[in-house]
Design a protein around this ligand. Structure first.
Ligand SMILES: [Zn+2]
Length: 202
C-alpha cells in the first residue's frame, strides 16, 4: 500500500468528509484509505478507530469489542477491507472472484434473529451478532460486502476522477453522472483547473 501516514498527523478537518462520501458502507470501508493531501493515509490506526467507524456507520455497540485482544480488531478490519478492495476491483474489471478469504471470514460470523417488542407499534425482528472474536464483531460489515458484490450494479461503482484521488462511491444520483467523491473537494478542484486552462488559452 506504499507509505501510509497515521491519521493523527493530519489536520482534523480533512477527516469526516473523506470518510463517508461513498454512499454505501462497503465503498466507505475502502475509503478509510485516502489521499487527503499528498500521501495515502490509513484512517484505521487503532482498534478505537475501527470501533468509532463501525459505530458511525450505524452498526455496532463499541462496548462489545472491549474483551478482544488489543490490535486484533484493527488487524481483522484491515484484512477485511483489503479483501473487499480486491474483490470490488475484480468485479469491476469483470474478472472471476477469488472468494476464499471472504468466505473464510463470513464462516466465522454467528448471528440469530430476535423478535423484539417496542413500547409502541408492532414487534420487529432484529439480527443479533455474537462478538467473541474480531471476525464475529465485524460480521455485519463482511456480510454487507458479500451482499454488495452479489447485488450492486457495478456500472455505478466508480472511482473519483479527481487527480490522485483514491476514493470510491456508489452512484445513486438520478442521472448516474456522479464523477467526484465530493463537489467541495475534487469537483471544485476540477472546476478551478478547467477555468484556469480555459483562460490560459485566450
Ligand atoms: Zn475525489
Amino acid at each position: 500500500m506504499g507509505s501510509v501516514k497515521s491519521a493523527g498527523q493530519l489536520p482534523s478537518s480533512t477527516f469526516p468528509d473523506q470518510e463517508f462520501v461513498g454512499d454505501d458502507p462497503v465503498m466507505d470501508m475502502l475509503n478509510t484509505v485516502a489521499r487527503p493531501v499528498d500521501e495515502l493515509v490509513d484512517f484505521w490506526q487503532s482498534d478505537g478507530d475501527v470501533v468509532r467507524w463501525m459505530a458511525r456507520a450505524g452498526w455496532i455497540d463499541g462496548d462489545a469489542a472491549r474483551h478482544l485482544r488489543p490490535g486484533k480488531l484493527l488487524e481483522a478490519a484491515r484484512q477485511l477491507r483489503e479483501t473487499g478492495r480486491r474483490l470490488v476491483m475484480q468485479r469491476k474489471n469483470g474478472k472471476r472472484l477469488d472468494l476464499t478469504e471472504l468466505n473464510d471470514f463470513l464462516s466465522q460470523g454467528r448471528s440469530y434473529c430476535e423478535l423484539t417488542q417496542p413500547k409502541i407499534g408492532h414487534p420487529v425482528v432484529v439480527r443479533r451478532y455474537e462478538s467473541k472474536t474480531a471476525e464475529q464483531w465485524l460480521a455485519p460489515l463482511a456480510e454487507a460486502a458479500a451482499e454488495f458484490l452479489a447485488t450492486a450494479d457495478f456500472d455505478l461503482v466508480r472511482g473519483c476522477e479527481g487527480d490522485g484521488c483514491v476514493l470510491w462511491f456508489y452512484d445513486r444520483t438520478k442521472s448516474h453522472r456522479r464523477r467526484w467523491c465530493s463537489m467541495r473537494v475534487c469537483g471544485n478542484r476540477h472546476k478551478v483547473a478547467s477555468y484556469r486552462s480555459r483562460n490560459s488559452d485566450l
